[in-house]
Design a protein around this ligand. Structure first.
Ligand code: ATP
Ligand code: MG
Length: 775
């Protein structure tokens, strides 16, 4: 047996060694699904299957690269190179380059990213004179995206009264017209958006049986990772391509289906057995990623979902530590807790930053975490924000390059026609658009032919348009011989872009300059790689395609030793020794927008399952008592998901019952108030009460600094209400400074201390709230 196969257990070996026929591996998180896919490909190759005949579809391009890397270690680089591997979007973009002409697209079609698509929709809505507050571009975009992913073409839309009715009811009766205009404009611009890459592939495979046969023949073995998150459009492509040989292997976990909001269809996994004859179903049960505590916690959570396939997940790994639940007053405190815990763990256990990840439900939550990490000089990286390629200065450069390749690209043209400023105003651009729409020509075409077009533009401006055309034409000539790097460098210099950026001496301006330089470096790397592939002719087109499809996970450059910050959605498939899941609060996680139906709530729960199962050694759940949301400070309640974890797997280190207290009013100002005047929420359930009795004061320690340091919540100060504070102790209070404990009275949660502060004030403080540090 091949040596690498010994790195699989028996359950994993079975699907790995089944060479032919349809099969599905359904298994929980961390059980080696991705590993099985990887080794299976290596095994197929060892059995004489040609790499050119294997297609593997992954969730991110990064995952594809890693998989290819591992396969290369086994079968060698030169063979692994020939595998077709990547996301649905990147693989089918490549196929459309070859075959798009059947559908009337040029091989150098542009890929519109979300920003381009939304801009175009914005123009269309404006041109149609519609109210932009009703026709919000983002909403219109996602509506169109959902049509496309359900394969509802413009024609299908207009022959479906229910759809039209639904849009009319949503006060958007012109949706269909916008959809039509958008599709027409993309077509005319020689552009496809992300959803088109799937929709047009489907169109291609349905309308052109010869093309379908050709690719069925090519992709004799098809493998799909994260199958639970494929949408209808992707599902149909896989079905069509695998129809002839039926050598299809999909792996997935229904409990990790988290993209329904983007059209993913969990039924694709549930129905797989019905779609093919004689499907072999494999299950993996042993988790290799996480401790027993984490596996137990995750299992107990997902148990609460009604819609699920029954699965067993167990592990032979160490028992590990319970999942830690931590309460903070505010998101600022939460950030400090995360940062200080990372700091301490890192120091105590000598771990690299990259052992830690902070996961959140929404991107907006990253700010408080970032602030705290920065204060402690802990390097971090945010994934999934604006990707490098979506930054303005980068899009400006790539827009020039796009235009050189495809002058019909309307969004690229609009972006650079007057940037840097050339005295071509918005009115002129609007008139060009009208003329282009009226004649069916492209804007660039009209500009080229400006002397012969009836258009209300004065001669001075016409000359400026001609100059611009001349500039672009000169670039096009250069593109015929120069490589992408030389061309891009030339463009940045001669278009005035660099000059424009140079003018801006602010730190942001300097960063933008650096980014452009970084882009050029990237193009250089790319070109050098291309030459090796003897494919230099198309390097610019290929580079732009990579850029358009790059997700933030892909461009993982820079120092790899950083804490990773990302949304849970993005963390799918990844693993980290220590994982913090922050913002575990009702209305945030589960999200307020996902609590109307059982299925929405179950998707949120699956998301939580995904989050927990990213952790190898330790998981932390944090929640706050109040949080700024939508510009307001609101009371927060711990997430129901915390409660759903079986007691034996969690350690709730702070009591949960003061959840309605408003912590922005520094708790200690209640020092003089009778405790019963403070409003406490009732404990949520007997279970919660039970847990509270187990609680211990969090990270309480008596520190003895030589010099007084400013203290904050996560800095060693803590609520000392069941501590050993005694009369005569010298303490430091965040706001009142240093003082001496004169008297202690009350008990338990009502424990109070009378403290005389150095400024002369005496105060009675409720110890459950006062943040005191004994010195
Ligand atoms: P997810 O559902 O999160 O995508 P998965 O089922 O794809 O998880 P993998 O990522 O393939 O799981 O594996 C989880 C971890 O366990 C990885 O670090 C992998 O290398 C390791 N692993 C898998 N199988 C084995 C094995 N037989 N022996 C040792 N380690 C293994
Ligand atoms: Mg996986």
């Amino acid at each position: 047996m091949e040596k690498y196969l010994s790195q699989l257990n028996d359950a994993q070996l079975a699907p790995t060694l089944q060479k032919d026929g349809p099969m599905i591996v359904i298994a929980g998180a961390g059980s080696g699904k991705t590993r099985v896919l990887t080794y299976r490909i290596a095994y197929l190759m060892s059995q004489g299957v040609d790499a050119f005949n294997i297609l593997a579809l992954t969730f991110t391009n990064k995952a594809a690269r890693e998989m290819k890397g591992r396969i290369a270690d086994i079968v060698g680089d030169s063979e692994a190179k020939n595998l077709w591997m990547g996301t649905f979007h990147s693989v089918f973009a490549k196929i459309l380059r070859f075959e798009g002409h059947h559908l009337g697209f040029p091989s150098n079609f542009t890929i519109y990213d979300t920003q381009d698509s939304q801009k175009l929709l914005g123009s269309i809505i404006k041109e149609m004179g519609l109210d932009k507050d009703i026709y919000k571009t983002k909403q219109v975009y996602s509506r169109i995206s959902s049509y496309k992913n359900s394969l509802i073409t413009v024609k299908a839309y207009f022959s479906n009264p229910e759809l039209m009715e639904a849009d009319a009811m949503a006060r958007r009766p012109k949706m269909g017209d916008i959809y039509k205009a958008y599709v027409d404009r993309c077509f005319k611009a020689g552009a496809m958006d992300f959803d088109d890459l799937l929709l047009r592939t489907n169109e291609l495979l349905t309308r052109f049986p010869n093309v379908l046969a050709q690719y069925q023949n090519k992709f004799r073995y098809i493998l799909v990772d994260e199958y639970q998150d494929t949408n209808h459009s992707q599902y149909l492509i896989v079905r069509a391509l695998s129809d002839r040989f039926q050598n299809i292997c999909v792996v997935g976990d229904d409990a990790q289906s988290i993209y329904a909001f983007r059209g993913a269809n969990i039924n694709n996994i549930l129905n797989f057995q019905k779609d093919y004859d004689d499907v072999k179903v494999y299950r993996l049960e042993q988790n290799y990623r996480s401790t027993k505590m984490i596996v137990g916690a995750a299992n107990s959570v997902i148990e609460h979902n009604k819609t699920k396939l029954d699965k067993i997940v167990w592990t032979a790994n160490d028992i590990g530590e319970r999942v830690i639940v931590h309460r903070s007053m505010t998101d600022g405190d939460e950030g400090r807790y995360v940062a200080s815990t990372i700091w301490e763990t890192k120091m105590n256990e000598q771990l690299p930053n990259s052992d830690f990840a902070v996961l959140y439900r929404t991107n907006a939550q990253s700010r408080a975490i970032e602030d705290a990490l920065r204060k402690r000089d802990i390097p971090y990286r945010i994934y999934g924000g604006l990707s490098f390629y979506q930054r303005k200065e980068i899009k400006d450069v790539t827009a020039y390059l796009r235009l050189i390749l495809n002058t019909a690209d309307e969004e690229a043209l609009k972006r650079v026609i007057n940037y840097p400023g050339r005295g071509i105003g918005q009115t002129t651009i609007d008139r060009l658009v009208v003329a282009a729409n009226a004649t069916g020509r492209t804007i660039y075409d009209i500009m080229k032919d400006i002397d012969n077009v009836a258009i209300n533009i004065n001669n001075g401006t016409k000359n400026k348009l001609k100059d611009f055309v001349t500039l672009i034409e000169s670039y096009k000539v250069m593109n015929q011989t120069a490589n992408a790097f030389d061309l891009a460098e030339h463009v940045t210099k001669t278009s005035g872009l660099i000059r424009e950026l140079n003018k801006d001496g602010t730190p942001e301006g300097v960063t933008r300059m650096d980014n452009v330089q970084e882009l050029l470096n990237g193009i250089k790397d790319f070109v050098e790689g291309q030459i090796e592939l003897a494919d230099a002719g198309d390097s610019l087109a290929e580079f732009l395609e990579d850029v358009a499809l790059a997700t933030d996970l892909d461009g993982d450059k820079g120092d790899p030793n950083h804490v990773a910050l990302m949304t849970i959605h993005l963390a799918k498939g990844l693993e980290f020794p220590h994982v913090f899941i922050v913002g575990m609060e009702e209305d945030l996680f589960p999200s307020a927008m996902s609590m109307n139906t059982r299925s929405e709530l179950e998707e949120e729960r699956r998301l939580f399952y995904v989050a927990l199962t990213r952790a190898e050694k330790q998981a932390y759940l944090t929640y706050t008592l109040s949080r700024y949301r939508w510009g307001k400070l609101i009371d927060a309640e711990p997430s129901r998901f915390i409660e759903e974890i079986e007691d034996e797997y969690v350690n709730i280190t702070t009591p949960l019952k003061e959840q309605h207290f408003n912590p922005m009013l520094d708790a200690s100002i209640f020092g003089d108030v009778e405790p019963n005047k403070i409003r406490f929420a009732k404990p949520k359930s007997p279970k919660f009460r039970k847990k509270e009795t187990k609680s211990k004061p969090e990270n309480f320690k008596i520190s003895t600094p030589k010099k007084l340091k400013p203290v904050n919540a996560s800095n060693g100060a803590s609520n000392l209400f069941d501590s050993k504070l005694t009369v005569g102790n010298i303490v430091n209070h965040q706001r009142f400074g240093r003082g001496e404990v004169l008297k202690i009275e009350g008990a338990g949660g009502d424990l109070k201390a009378e403290i005389k502060f150095e400024n002369g004030d005496s105060k009675k403080l409720l110890l459950r709230f006062a943040k005191l540090q004994i010195i």
